[in-house]
Design a protein around this ligand. Structure first.
Ligand code: DGL
Length: 270
């Protein structure tokens, strides 16, 4: 039996999901949140589907043991590969970033040409393409894997000239294919919004999956009668599978507030 006072569980391969939690806190300030960053096994974006699914199942098990009322897969790669499996194996609602991002892009496009950028895994999974085509078969979708973006952001080079140059190369396809909407299909890319919008200009609309996911989550909680009714600010608890200090130090860049306390756990027990 689920109750509205239970926390929301969120997992990501590491730090990046803090961009998602930031939007959830903004929209749902009274919710208690439990975040798991699988920092021991990051990155997921360059791993095969079977490995990512195995990790995602363990992460979800950790969160369900914490008695969460729903599970959010903040990591695009994990959502792309494992949402179906998690929905089959969990007895509570599980939400990923892919569908909300696809829905927002389909609503936004005028030309019917959408671009997607993400990790190699997310792009190869075709999950965004399938989600868009389910909504509107006639939309043309163009994809580009950007594997260098994650390490650049984790180096705190999100406004660095080198990152700008690399982004120019990755984003060339947006002009070649005349897209008018681009999905930022990775947890780290909201930090690159400035560089990306400087390169693409105002004509190309950027879809931040973190924002659309938070909106979808709010809708789900309302529908299921699970919105937390407390008037206090929700409690936020962070767990990582390795290097809590690094998570704490870099976390502020993603969340724009202190990530505290951070507890180390052994995920292989799940
Ligand atoms: N969180 C991942 C994603 O959104 C990016 C980092 C990784 O590769 O694990 O796809």
């Amino acid at each position: 039996m689920k109750t509205n006072s239970q926390p929301i569980g969120i997992f990501d391969s590491g730090l990046g999901g803090l961009t998602v939690i930031k939007e959830i806190i903004h929209l749902l300030p009274h919710e208690d949140l439990i975040y798991l960053g699988d920092t021991a096994r990051v990155p997921y974006g360059e791993k095969c589907p079977e490995t990512v699914i195995k990790y995602a199942l363990q992460n979800a098990k950790f969160l369900t043991n914490k008695k969460v009322k729903c599970v959010v897969i903040a990591c695009n790669t994990a959502a792309a590969f494992s949402l179906e499996k998690l929905n089959e194996s969990l007895s509570l609602s599980c939400l990923g970033v892919i569908e909300p991002g696809a829905e927002a892009a389909v609503k936004a496009t005028r030309s019917g040409k959408i671009g997607i950028i993400g990790t190699t895994g997310t792009i190869e999974s075709n999950a965004y393409v399938k989600a868009i085509k389910r909504l509107n078969q006639s939309i043309e979708v163009f994809c580009q894997a950007c594997p260098l973006f994650v390490p650049l952001v984790e180096e705190a080079w999100h406004v660095h000239p080198i990152t700008h140059q690399i982004a120019e190369i990755y984003l060339r396809f947006c002009f070649e294919k005349s897209i008018d909407t681009l999905i930022l299909g990775c947890t780290h890319y909201p930090l690159l919004k400035k560089i990306i919008s400087d390169i693409l200009g105002p004509e190309i609309f950027l879809i931040d999956s973190a924002i659309t996911l938070a909106e979808k989550l709010a809708g789900l909680l309302i529908k299921e009668g699970l919105l937390n009714s407390q008037s206090l600010q929700g409690k936020h608890t962070f767990f990582v599978t390795d290097m809590p200090k690094k998570f704490y130090n870099l976390g502020k860049l993603f969340l724009k507030e202190n990530v505290f306390p951070v507890e180390h756990i052994d995920i292989t027990n799940y």
